[in-house]
Design a protein around this ligand. Structure first.
Ligand SMILES: Cc1ncc(COP(=O)(O)O)c(C=O)c1O
Length: 380
Protein backbone atom coordinates (compact mmCIF):
# COMPACT_ATOMS: atom_id res chain seq x y z
CA UNK A 1 0.00 0.00 0.00
CA UNK A 2 1.41 3.42 -0.92
CA UNK A 3 1.74 5.95 1.89
CA UNK A 4 -0.86 8.22 0.24
CA UNK A 5 -3.52 5.49 0.69
CA UNK A 6 -2.80 4.99 4.36
CA UNK A 7 -5.11 7.57 5.89
CA UNK A 8 -7.74 5.88 8.05
CA UNK A 9 -5.86 2.55 8.10
CA UNK A 10 -4.58 0.80 11.22
CA UNK A 11 -0.92 0.89 12.18
CA UNK A 12 -0.51 -2.63 10.75
CA UNK A 13 -0.95 -1.22 7.25
CA UNK A 14 2.22 0.89 7.50
CA UNK A 15 4.99 -0.78 5.49
CA UNK A 16 8.44 -1.01 7.05
CA UNK A 17 10.76 0.68 7.61
CA UNK A 18 8.71 3.85 8.04
CA UNK A 19 8.98 6.97 10.12
CA UNK A 20 5.88 7.25 12.28
CA UNK A 21 4.76 10.24 14.28
CA UNK A 22 2.68 9.71 17.40
CA UNK A 23 0.44 12.76 16.90
CA UNK A 24 -0.92 12.72 20.46
CA UNK A 25 2.59 12.83 21.94
CA UNK A 26 3.71 15.46 19.44
CA UNK A 27 0.76 17.72 20.24
CA UNK A 28 1.50 17.44 23.96
CA UNK A 29 5.12 18.49 23.25
CA UNK A 30 3.88 21.36 21.08
CA UNK A 31 1.57 22.66 23.82
CA UNK A 32 4.15 22.26 26.60
CA UNK A 33 6.73 24.34 24.75
CA UNK A 34 4.27 26.98 23.65
CA UNK A 35 2.87 27.29 27.20
CA UNK A 36 6.42 27.56 28.55
CA UNK A 37 7.31 30.39 26.15
CA UNK A 38 4.09 32.23 26.97
CA UNK A 39 4.59 31.86 30.72
CA UNK A 40 8.13 33.25 30.42
CA UNK A 41 7.23 36.12 28.10
CA UNK A 42 9.53 35.01 25.26
CA UNK A 43 8.79 34.38 21.61
CA UNK A 44 9.05 30.91 20.18
CA UNK A 45 10.53 30.45 16.72
CA UNK A 46 11.08 26.69 16.51
CA UNK A 47 13.84 25.33 14.31
CA UNK A 48 12.13 23.73 11.30
CA UNK A 49 15.37 22.12 10.10
CA UNK A 50 14.28 19.35 12.44
CA UNK A 51 11.01 18.38 10.73
CA UNK A 52 11.43 20.16 7.34
CA UNK A 53 7.66 20.11 6.97
CA UNK A 54 5.46 23.09 6.10
CA UNK A 55 2.42 21.42 7.71
CA UNK A 56 4.24 21.13 11.04
CA UNK A 57 5.69 24.66 10.78
CA UNK A 58 2.17 25.99 10.24
CA UNK A 59 0.90 23.92 13.18
CA UNK A 60 3.58 25.46 15.39
CA UNK A 61 2.63 28.96 14.18
CA UNK A 62 -1.08 28.30 14.76
CA UNK A 63 -0.14 27.35 18.32
CA UNK A 64 1.60 30.70 18.81
CA UNK A 65 5.11 30.52 17.32
CA UNK A 66 6.08 33.80 15.60
CA UNK A 67 7.61 31.93 12.67
CA UNK A 68 10.25 29.27 12.15
CA UNK A 69 14.00 29.06 11.67
CA UNK A 70 15.69 27.14 8.89
CA UNK A 71 19.36 26.62 8.13
CA UNK A 72 19.40 26.67 4.33
CA UNK A 73 18.07 28.91 1.57
CA UNK A 74 16.41 25.97 -0.18
CA UNK A 75 14.72 24.92 3.09
CA UNK A 76 13.29 28.43 3.36
CA UNK A 77 12.08 28.24 -0.26
CA UNK A 78 10.48 24.82 0.23
CA UNK A 79 8.57 25.91 3.35
CA UNK A 80 7.55 29.24 1.79
CA UNK A 81 6.23 27.41 -1.29
CA UNK A 82 3.84 25.54 1.02
CA UNK A 83 2.54 28.59 2.86
CA UNK A 84 5.02 29.48 5.63
CA UNK A 85 5.35 33.28 5.66
CA UNK A 86 7.74 34.09 8.50
CA UNK A 87 11.16 32.48 8.19
CA UNK A 88 14.59 33.14 9.70
CA UNK A 89 17.60 31.61 7.94
CA UNK A 90 19.66 31.33 11.15
CA UNK A 91 22.82 30.77 9.20
CA UNK A 92 25.30 32.47 6.89
CA UNK A 93 24.65 32.59 3.13
CA UNK A 94 27.53 33.68 0.90
CA UNK A 95 27.18 32.42 -2.70
CA UNK A 96 25.82 35.21 -4.96
CA UNK A 97 23.32 32.87 -6.68
CA UNK A 98 21.96 31.81 -3.28
CA UNK A 99 21.73 35.44 -2.18
CA UNK A 100 19.69 36.14 -5.32
CA UNK A 101 17.23 33.51 -4.08
CA UNK A 102 17.28 35.06 -0.61
CA UNK A 103 16.48 38.47 -2.10
CA UNK A 104 13.65 37.08 -4.23
CA UNK A 105 12.21 35.23 -1.23
CA UNK A 106 12.41 38.34 0.98
CA UNK A 107 10.46 40.28 -1.66
CA UNK A 108 7.90 37.49 -2.05
CA UNK A 109 7.30 37.06 1.69
CA UNK A 110 7.03 40.83 2.13
CA UNK A 111 4.38 40.94 -0.63
CA UNK A 112 2.50 38.15 1.17
CA UNK A 113 2.56 40.10 4.45
CA UNK A 114 5.31 37.89 5.86
CA UNK A 115 8.98 38.39 6.61
CA UNK A 116 12.41 36.91 5.97
CA UNK A 117 15.38 37.19 8.30
CA UNK A 118 18.97 36.03 7.94
CA UNK A 119 22.16 35.79 10.00
CA UNK A 120 25.53 37.27 8.98
CA UNK A 121 29.00 37.16 10.49
CA UNK A 122 31.11 38.91 7.84
CA UNK A 123 31.36 42.05 5.79
CA UNK A 124 31.28 39.88 2.66
CA UNK A 125 27.96 38.43 3.81
CA UNK A 126 26.40 41.88 4.24
CA UNK A 127 27.84 43.19 0.98
CA UNK A 128 26.67 40.13 -0.96
CA UNK A 129 23.19 40.50 0.48
CA UNK A 130 22.89 44.20 -0.38
CA UNK A 131 24.25 43.52 -3.85
CA UNK A 132 21.59 40.82 -4.40
CA UNK A 133 18.82 43.09 -3.09
CA UNK A 134 19.82 45.91 -5.47
CA UNK A 135 18.97 49.59 -5.18
CA UNK A 136 15.25 49.20 -5.77
CA UNK A 137 14.61 47.08 -2.71
CA UNK A 138 11.94 48.16 -0.23
CA UNK A 139 13.23 49.83 2.94
CA UNK A 140 13.85 47.35 5.77
CA UNK A 141 12.94 44.45 3.50
CA UNK A 142 14.92 41.86 5.43
CA UNK A 143 15.84 41.43 9.10
CA UNK A 144 19.55 40.85 9.61
CA UNK A 145 20.94 39.32 12.80
CA UNK A 146 24.64 39.45 13.60
CA UNK A 147 25.71 36.00 14.71
CA UNK A 148 27.95 35.97 17.76
CA UNK A 149 30.11 32.91 18.47
CA UNK A 150 29.05 32.17 22.03
CA UNK A 151 31.38 29.22 22.48
CA UNK A 152 30.15 26.71 19.95
CA UNK A 153 33.16 27.43 17.74
CA UNK A 154 31.21 27.38 14.48
CA UNK A 155 29.99 30.54 12.72
CA UNK A 156 29.73 33.94 14.39
CA UNK A 157 31.82 37.03 15.02
CA UNK A 158 34.41 36.54 17.72
CA UNK A 159 33.85 39.60 19.92
CA UNK A 160 31.35 42.30 20.95
CA UNK A 161 33.51 44.85 19.06
CA UNK A 162 33.21 42.83 15.86
CA UNK A 163 29.44 42.63 16.37
CA UNK A 164 29.27 46.43 16.64
CA UNK A 165 31.37 46.88 13.48
CA UNK A 166 29.05 44.62 11.51
CA UNK A 167 25.86 46.12 12.97
CA UNK A 168 27.10 49.57 11.85
CA UNK A 169 27.49 48.33 8.27
CA UNK A 170 24.02 46.74 8.30
CA UNK A 171 22.43 49.92 9.68
CA UNK A 172 23.82 51.92 6.73
CA UNK A 173 21.78 49.94 4.16
CA UNK A 174 18.17 50.97 3.83
CA UNK A 175 16.98 47.56 2.62
CA UNK A 176 18.39 45.87 5.73
CA UNK A 177 17.04 46.14 9.26
CA UNK A 178 19.55 45.37 12.01
CA UNK A 179 17.38 43.01 14.05
CA UNK A 180 19.72 41.93 16.85
CA UNK A 181 21.95 39.01 17.77
CA UNK A 182 21.90 35.34 16.83
CA UNK A 183 23.50 33.54 19.79
CA UNK A 184 23.25 29.75 19.78
CA UNK A 185 25.54 27.25 21.49
CA UNK A 186 24.84 23.84 19.96
CA UNK A 187 27.20 21.73 22.03
CA UNK A 188 25.78 23.09 25.29
CA UNK A 189 22.44 21.47 24.40
CA UNK A 190 23.83 17.97 24.74
CA UNK A 191 25.91 18.35 27.92
CA UNK A 192 24.44 15.61 30.05
CA UNK A 193 24.17 17.11 33.51
CA UNK A 194 22.16 20.17 34.53
CA UNK A 195 25.19 21.81 36.24
CA UNK A 196 27.29 21.38 33.08
CA UNK A 197 24.60 23.06 30.99
CA UNK A 198 24.25 25.87 33.55
CA UNK A 199 28.01 26.47 33.51
CA UNK A 200 28.15 26.53 29.70
CA UNK A 201 25.23 28.91 29.56
CA UNK A 202 26.78 31.27 32.13
CA UNK A 203 29.67 31.81 29.72
CA UNK A 204 27.23 32.30 26.82
CA UNK A 205 25.26 34.87 28.76
CA UNK A 206 28.36 36.86 29.75
CA UNK A 207 29.32 37.18 26.08
CA UNK A 208 25.80 38.11 24.97
CA UNK A 209 25.50 40.73 27.73
CA UNK A 210 28.85 42.23 26.72
CA UNK A 211 27.75 42.38 23.07
CA UNK A 212 24.40 43.97 24.00
CA UNK A 213 26.20 46.59 26.12
CA UNK A 214 28.64 47.37 23.31
CA UNK A 215 25.80 47.74 20.80
CA UNK A 216 23.85 49.95 23.21
CA UNK A 217 26.91 52.17 23.72
CA UNK A 218 27.24 52.48 19.94
CA UNK A 219 23.61 53.56 19.63
CA UNK A 220 22.64 50.30 17.92
CA UNK A 221 20.74 48.33 20.58
CA UNK A 222 19.98 44.70 19.69
CA UNK A 223 16.22 44.65 19.27
CA UNK A 224 16.19 40.91 19.87
CA UNK A 225 18.57 38.21 21.03
CA UNK A 226 17.59 34.87 19.54
CA UNK A 227 18.94 31.37 20.15
CA UNK A 228 18.46 28.28 22.36
CA UNK A 229 17.82 24.61 21.74
CA UNK A 230 15.97 21.80 23.49
CA UNK A 231 18.78 21.30 26.05
CA UNK A 232 19.08 24.83 27.46
CA UNK A 233 16.01 26.86 26.49
CA UNK A 234 14.88 27.35 30.10
CA UNK A 235 18.17 29.16 30.76
CA UNK A 236 17.79 31.50 27.79
CA UNK A 237 14.17 32.14 28.78
CA UNK A 238 15.18 33.06 32.36
CA UNK A 239 18.15 35.18 31.27
CA UNK A 240 16.24 38.42 30.81
CA UNK A 241 18.34 38.95 27.68
CA UNK A 242 17.06 36.44 25.14
CA UNK A 243 13.70 37.34 23.64
CA UNK A 244 13.26 34.36 21.32
CA UNK A 245 13.77 30.59 21.60
CA UNK A 246 14.76 28.46 18.60
CA UNK A 247 14.41 24.95 20.03
CA UNK A 248 13.46 22.35 17.44
CA UNK A 249 13.93 18.78 18.68
CA UNK A 250 11.43 19.14 21.55
CA UNK A 251 8.59 18.44 19.11
CA UNK A 252 9.76 14.86 18.31
CA UNK A 253 12.52 14.17 20.86
CA UNK A 254 15.19 11.56 20.19
CA UNK A 255 17.29 9.00 22.03
CA UNK A 256 20.21 11.42 22.36
CA UNK A 257 18.20 14.17 24.06
CA UNK A 258 16.60 11.54 26.33
CA UNK A 259 20.11 10.93 27.73
CA UNK A 260 20.24 14.51 29.12
CA UNK A 261 19.60 14.78 32.86
CA UNK A 262 16.13 16.35 33.19
CA UNK A 263 16.15 20.01 34.19
CA UNK A 264 13.25 20.69 36.58
CA UNK A 265 13.02 24.21 35.10
CA UNK A 266 12.02 22.75 31.73
CA UNK A 267 8.85 20.93 30.72
CA UNK A 268 9.51 17.29 29.90
CA UNK A 269 8.95 16.09 26.36
CA UNK A 270 7.85 12.68 25.14
CA UNK A 271 9.18 10.61 22.29
CA UNK A 272 6.87 11.26 19.35
CA UNK A 273 9.06 10.01 16.49
CA UNK A 274 9.45 6.28 15.90
CA UNK A 275 10.82 4.08 13.19
CA UNK A 276 8.52 1.12 12.56
CA UNK A 277 10.57 -1.95 11.62
CA UNK A 278 9.94 -5.66 11.15
CA UNK A 279 12.00 -8.67 12.14
CA UNK A 280 13.07 -10.60 9.04
CA UNK A 281 15.51 -13.17 10.38
CA UNK A 282 16.20 -14.83 13.72
CA UNK A 283 18.96 -17.13 14.96
CA UNK A 284 20.00 -18.36 18.40
CA UNK A 285 21.99 -15.27 19.30
CA UNK A 286 20.09 -12.42 17.67
CA UNK A 287 17.26 -11.19 15.48
CA UNK A 288 17.56 -8.98 12.42
CA UNK A 289 15.17 -6.15 11.50
CA UNK A 290 14.74 -4.26 8.24
CA UNK A 291 15.92 -0.83 9.48
CA UNK A 292 19.59 -0.08 8.93
CA UNK A 293 21.30 3.28 8.86
CA UNK A 294 19.72 4.22 5.52
CA UNK A 295 16.52 4.68 7.52
CA UNK A 296 17.91 6.50 10.57
CA UNK A 297 20.89 8.69 11.33
CA UNK A 298 23.58 7.31 13.62
CA UNK A 299 25.72 10.44 14.18
CA UNK A 300 24.39 10.78 17.75
CA UNK A 301 24.26 7.09 18.54
CA UNK A 302 22.17 4.11 17.55
CA UNK A 303 18.41 3.97 18.03
CA UNK A 304 16.82 2.60 21.19
CA UNK A 305 14.27 -0.18 20.93
CA UNK A 306 10.98 0.80 22.55
CA UNK A 307 10.25 -1.48 25.47
CA UNK A 308 13.79 -1.65 26.81
CA UNK A 309 14.41 -5.43 26.56
CA UNK A 310 16.37 -5.35 23.31
CA UNK A 311 19.51 -3.59 22.22
CA UNK A 312 19.93 -2.36 18.64
CA UNK A 313 23.35 -3.03 17.10
CA UNK A 314 24.37 -1.57 13.73
CA UNK A 315 23.86 -4.20 11.05
CA UNK A 316 24.70 -1.97 8.06
CA UNK A 317 22.73 -0.01 5.49
CA UNK A 318 19.54 -2.07 5.55
CA UNK A 319 19.82 -4.29 8.62
CA UNK A 320 19.57 -3.83 12.35
CA UNK A 321 20.80 -6.51 14.74
CA UNK A 322 18.75 -7.03 17.90
CA UNK A 323 20.19 -8.65 20.98
CA UNK A 324 18.69 -9.13 24.42
CA UNK A 325 19.77 -6.53 26.98
CA UNK A 326 20.31 -9.39 29.46
CA UNK A 327 20.56 -13.18 29.25
CA UNK A 328 16.84 -13.70 30.10
CA UNK A 329 15.58 -11.39 27.36
CA UNK A 330 13.45 -13.14 24.77
CA UNK A 331 14.32 -12.46 21.15
CA UNK A 332 11.46 -11.37 18.89
CA UNK A 333 10.06 -13.79 16.30
CA UNK A 334 10.18 -13.47 12.52
CA UNK A 335 7.50 -11.01 11.42
CA UNK A 336 7.30 -9.17 14.74
CA UNK A 337 7.05 -5.39 14.59
CA UNK A 338 9.40 -3.27 16.66
CA UNK A 339 9.52 0.48 17.25
CA UNK A 340 12.87 2.25 17.26
CA UNK A 341 13.54 5.65 18.83
CA UNK A 342 16.06 7.33 16.48
CA UNK A 343 19.32 8.61 17.94
CA UNK A 344 19.02 12.03 16.27
CA UNK A 345 15.73 13.29 14.88
CA UNK A 346 16.91 15.97 12.37
CA UNK A 347 19.07 13.86 10.04
CA UNK A 348 16.70 10.90 10.44
CA UNK A 349 13.76 12.91 9.11
CA UNK A 350 15.90 14.03 6.16
CA UNK A 351 16.12 10.37 5.07
CA UNK A 352 12.35 10.09 4.55
CA UNK A 353 9.80 11.55 2.11
CA UNK A 354 6.94 11.40 4.59
CA UNK A 355 6.07 11.06 8.26
CA UNK A 356 3.10 8.80 8.93
CA UNK A 357 1.02 10.54 11.59
CA UNK A 358 -0.83 8.11 13.88
CA UNK A 359 -3.60 8.98 16.34
CA UNK A 360 -4.46 6.71 19.28
CA UNK A 361 -1.08 5.14 20.00
CA UNK A 362 1.41 2.92 18.21
CA UNK A 363 -0.40 -0.33 19.00
CA UNK A 364 -4.07 0.37 18.27
CA UNK A 365 -3.92 3.74 16.50
CA UNK A 366 -5.11 4.83 13.08
CA UNK A 367 -3.21 6.79 10.45
CA UNK A 368 -4.66 10.30 10.52
CA UNK A 369 -2.32 12.15 8.23
CA UNK A 370 0.65 11.50 5.96
CA UNK A 371 2.91 14.52 6.41
CA UNK A 372 5.30 15.50 3.61
CA UNK A 373 8.91 16.27 4.47
CA UNK A 374 8.82 19.24 2.09
CA UNK A 375 12.44 20.26 2.52
CA UNK A 376 13.88 16.76 2.41
CA UNK A 377 17.31 17.00 0.78
CA UNK A 378 17.11 20.81 0.66
CA UNK A 379 20.75 21.29 1.58
CA UNK A 380 21.74 24.25 -0.60
C1 LIG B 1 21.00 27.74 15.03
C2 LIG B 1 20.19 26.69 15.72
N1 LIG B 1 19.17 27.06 16.52
C3 LIG B 1 18.40 26.15 17.14
C4 LIG B 1 18.62 24.78 16.98
C5 LIG B 1 17.68 23.83 17.64
O1 LIG B 1 18.22 22.91 18.46
P1 LIG B 1 17.45 21.61 18.96
O2 LIG B 1 16.91 20.88 17.77
O3 LIG B 1 18.53 20.86 19.59
O4 LIG B 1 16.37 22.06 19.85
C6 LIG B 1 19.70 24.36 16.18
C7 LIG B 1 20.00 22.93 16.02
O5 LIG B 1 21.02 22.48 15.62
C8 LIG B 1 20.50 25.34 15.52
O6 LIG B 1 21.53 24.99 14.73
Amino acid sequence: MSTSDLTGQGVDAIDTPALVLDLDAMERNLARMQDFAKAHGVRLRPHAKMHKSAALALLQMQAGAVGVCVQKTSEAQALAASGVNNIFISNEVIAPHKLQRVAALATELHARGGRLAIAVDSLQGVQGLTHALGHAATDSLIDVFVELDVGHGRCGVASPEAAVRLARVIARHSALRFAGLQAYHGRAQHLRSVPERHAAFAAVLALVQAACAALQAAGLPAALVTGAGTGTFALEAASGVYGELQAGSYLFMDADYARNEADPAQPQFEHALFLKTQVMSVCASHAVCDAGHKSHAIDSGLPRVLGGALEYVNGGDEHGILRGCNSDAKLPAIGDVLWLIPGHCDPTVNLHDVLVGVRGGLQQGLVEQVIRVDARGALA
